[in-house]
Design a protein around this ligand. Structure first.
Ligand code: ATP
Length: 784
């Protein structure tokens, strides 16, 4: 039925709301008139009208449902009425609260978003109770707040789940989706708001759960002598849910198709020649009638998918192309990495001046693979080929930046070797992360596991402890041989030292090879090209391992499931639930960021060490600025990397270049205070033999720990280790205050930016008129 026309129709569907706009002492009546919302396009092109001349009302104690096909503007209407429009949009028209132009006072309205940003580790009771403590005024006693929390939980029918953890985090099931929606609603209605906005409260729920959630919402309209006005956008309600609506606002392409009592919609459609067939869900009929998205298709007859697959080679080619497009367009995939590597390369090049890794693709892959779209082998080949150009770029540009200024061997063959090692290492890190991603259940765990494995490999690579000093069990055998870092270090050392000689005393010179063998314990039995060869072999091995794991998991899963006589897990993609990560904590915080609640994050971090707390505070600041989780981690790691370089450990404080690195970075980097505090803690009060003296004189050449700290490590000894500790604590406070200021700043600046945006009102393409001196709603429709 899509694509039909509804003739120009006059709707006179308004119940008289009186001149005061329906003022009600006990509740809120919201009316809106000729509401237009336009969004500016990013590249300065024409702005797009999302809502076009909407007029309507929401009455006290009633439930208004906003319905319409996907993308018709339901959420935008809800956001407009709630005053939450994004900064690139502009609205015109009138919104009246009880007949007056006024802003909604704090606590009068609440907005339940589509996402349930809840702390998964808390029980339902805890989540609601903590929120009650945060939101309810101090004039209420703790007991009253607790009672309010419990009452609200009961109101939403959650009494049986009160002591169940919300769950849904790392492998814990917790309460159902419908119950989560109700917990989110509970949290928002604790303050007893008289106006409640709900954006698709039933999204993702089955019809029974949708009914119970909507029934609980509808009952809130008149409960405990409070009259609430409820406005909810909803996708596809069942007939039972539809019967709960008092009024219906039916939108199509941002325009009102119908506004009025839900019970009269059927008559309206029938009178326009589209009667609802008996036994059909009315909302299905309305949506089908007004949906224009599928006009092009000949009467819903979509062509069936062909049963055969595309061939292996075309799969590889398509996957390579698609992966390349994705990598190119996703700012966080390689471009941000390239940027941070460039920053780090510049940092390394300046600090050491002249001193002589994809996860999302795996998630998409898991879904498509389980749907049988293509083979694992083609995915691995496609991914490998498409990543090569980007990794070349990511290793080449930062490579050049760091290589030449730091005064390494300047010949081109040496640089090419340096680049080969860098490229292989990036490829290996990416391959390792793919293996990790195929095993661990979510993104955050993946990053932590991947970083942990790499940390162990770095320690076992023979750089931090020389190969002969590594403990034999585990670290030497097998880690030293498994860690790709070993081959990278040794190859690079050979590249740099081989063929050169260095002065060992005024009269003697010593060859680079001897230094490598005796000082760095480098394996000199094979050439540096063998090291690169091993790295390349490892890349192939890692990718094959990934392939085997995915294929193995596919085979083993059903066997294990049948052995355990359980139905097989639905899919790996189910495991890829949104990580209950630092970032989502920030979202939860900003999700219901009210002034009192924001202060809550100032409390103790719950982490055991001071440095964790500092790193966490830093990540909170980063998370409040950058737009997504991956970018957050990369940016945070980049900033920390720079701080570590400037902390006086990798280069001694007096050797740091004065501009930027010494002033101000050395003073800003919390790592400096951590290093120095720990050094003082270890060395102060002890005496050490001076190793340069002969054994007979050793006693007379004892050095104090303080002397070593001052002379060798250039540690600032004018104040105690406790001052270092105090500075670290002060920095935690400072970081958290900065986070607070940023969040508050963003809240304040956003609406200002939105209002001062200069828009041109788009040409009105539709005839929207108001009858003079008539009741508030007369909508003339002309939908083509
Ligand atoms: N800030 C914005 N800038 C640009 N376009 C926007 C903006 N907000 C919404 N839109 C566009 O306006 C249209 C309506 O979006 P909206 O989210 O309101 O639809 P919806 O009916 O809620 O859709 P769904 O049911 O699929 O969630 C969409 O085409 C969307 O892309």
């Amino acid at each position: 039925m899509a694509g039909m026309e509804i003739e120009t129709t006059t709707l006179n569907i308004v119940e008289g709301l009186g001149n005061n706009g329906g003022e009600d002492e006990r509740g809120i009546c919201l009316t809106w008139k000729d509401l237009w919302v336009t969004a500016s396009s990013k590249n300065g092109g024409r702005s797009k009208s999302i809502l076009q001349g909407l007029t309507g009302y929401a009455k006290t104690g009633q439930l208004l449902a906003i319905m319409g096909p996907s993308g018709c503007g339901k959420s935008t209407l809800l956001d407009t009425l709630a005053g939450r429009l994004g900064s690139n949009t502009r609205q015109t028209g009138e919104i009246l609260v009880n007949g007056h132009k006024q802003a909604l006072a704090y606590g009068t309205s609440a907005y339940v978003t589509q996402d349930d940003t809840l702390y998964t580790t808390l029980t339902v009771r805890e989540a609601v109770y903590y929120s009650a403590q945060l939101q309810l005024p101090d004039s209420m006693s703790k007991q009253e707040k607790k009672e309010r929390a419990e009452l609200t939980i009961r109101e939403m029918g959650l009494q049986d789940a009160m002591n169940t953890r919300i769950g849904g985090g790392w492998g814990s099931k917790g309460i159902s989706g419908g119950q989560k929606r109700r917990v989110s609603i509970c949290i928002e209605i604790l303050t007893r708001p008289r106006l409640l906005f709900l954006d698709e409260p039933t999204s993702g729920l089955d019809s029974a759960a949708s009914y119970y959630v909507m029934r609980a919402i509808a009952r809130l309209g008149q409960k405990d002598g409070i009259q609430r006005t409820i406005i909810a956008s909803i996708h596809q309600p069942s007939s039972e849910v539809f019967q709960l609506f008092h009024n219906l606002c039916l939108l199509s392409s941002g325009r009102n198709v119908y506004f009025g009592p839900a019970s009269s919609a059927s008559e309206f459609f029938a009178s326009n020649g589209f009667p609802c067939p008996t036994l059909q869900n009315p909302s299905d009929h309305y949506l089908k009638t007004i949906n224009k998205d599928f006009d092009q298709e000949s009467g819903w007859s979509m062509r069936m998918k062909s049963k055969g697959h595309s061939g292996f080679l075309s799969q590889c080619s398509v996957l390579t192309k698609r992966s390349s497009v994705n990598m190119c367009r996703d700012r966080g995939y390689y471009w941000l990495r390239l940027f941070t590597y460039i920053v780090q390369a510049i940092s390394l090049a300046t600090v050491f001046y002249d001193i002589g890794t994809s996860y999302e693709s795996i998630q998409v892959f898991e879904r498509e693979r389980l749907n049988g779209h293509y083979g694992v082998t083609s995915f691995v080949i496609g991914n490998t080929l498409s990543s090569i150009p980007y990794l070349i770029l990511v290793s080449l540009i930062p490579g050049v930046i760091v290589y030449y200024p730091s005064g390494l061997q300047r010949s081109l063959p040496h640089f090419i070797y340096f680049f080969c090692v860098l490229f292989s290492c990036l490829m290996l890190v990416e391959s390792l992360m793919m293996i990790v991603a195929s095993i661990v259940p979510n993104f955050l765990m993946g990053i932590i596991t991947g970083a942990g494995i790499q940390g162990i490999m770095i320690l076992g690579g023979g750089f931090f402890r020389l190969p002969h000093d590594l403990p034999r069990i585990f670290w030497k055998y097998p880690m030293y041989y498994l860690a790709f870092h070993r081959y990278a270090y040794q190859g690079l050392f050979k590249n740099e030292f081989e063929g050169l000689s260095f002065p060992s005393s005024p009269s003697k010179r010593i060859s680079g090879e001897v230094i490598l063998r005796s000082k760095w314990e480098v394996d000199m039995r094979y050439s540096k090209w063998v090291d690169v060869g091993v790295l390349v072999g490892m890349i192939v091995l890692y990718r094959v391992l990934f392939l085997v794991i995915i294929k193995g998991t596919e085979k083993v899963k059903p066997i294990v499931a049948s052995l355990l006589s359980m139905p097989p897990k639905r899919s790996m993609q189910d495991l890829w639930v949104r990580a209950s990560s630092g970032k989502s904590i920030i979202q939860a915080l900003t999700g219901y960021a009210k002034p009192g609640q924001l202060l809550a994050i100032m409390g103790p971090s719950g982490k055991s060490t001071l440095l964790d707390a500092l790193a966490e505070s830093l990540m909170m600041i980063v998370a409040s600025i950058v737009p997504n989780f991956l970018m957050g981690i990369i940016t945070g790691a980049g900033i920390q990397g720079m701080m570590m370089l400037a902390g006086g450990f990798f280069r001694l404080p007096n050797d740091l270049p004065r501009i930027f690195w010494k002033y101000p970075m050395y003073y800003f980097a919390f790592h400096r205070y951590a290093y120095q505090g720990l050094f003082k803690n270890e060395f102060e009060g002890l005496r050490f033999p001076n190793s340069s003296s002969s054994s007979s004189k050793r006693m007379s050449f004892m050095m104090s720990g303080e002397e070593i700290l001052r002379g060798k490590w250039e540690v600032e000894m004018r104040y105690s280790k406790w001052v270092d500790f105090g500075i670290l604590v002060g920095m935690i406070v400072l970081y958290r205050v900065i986070f607070l200021v940023i969040i508050k700043g963003i809240e304040k600046v956003k609406p200002l930016v939105a209002h001062s945006f200069c828009f041109v009102h788009p040409k009105r393409t539709m005839q929207v008129m108001e009858k003079p001196n008539a009741t508030p709603l007369h909508v003339y429709l002309n939908i083509k």
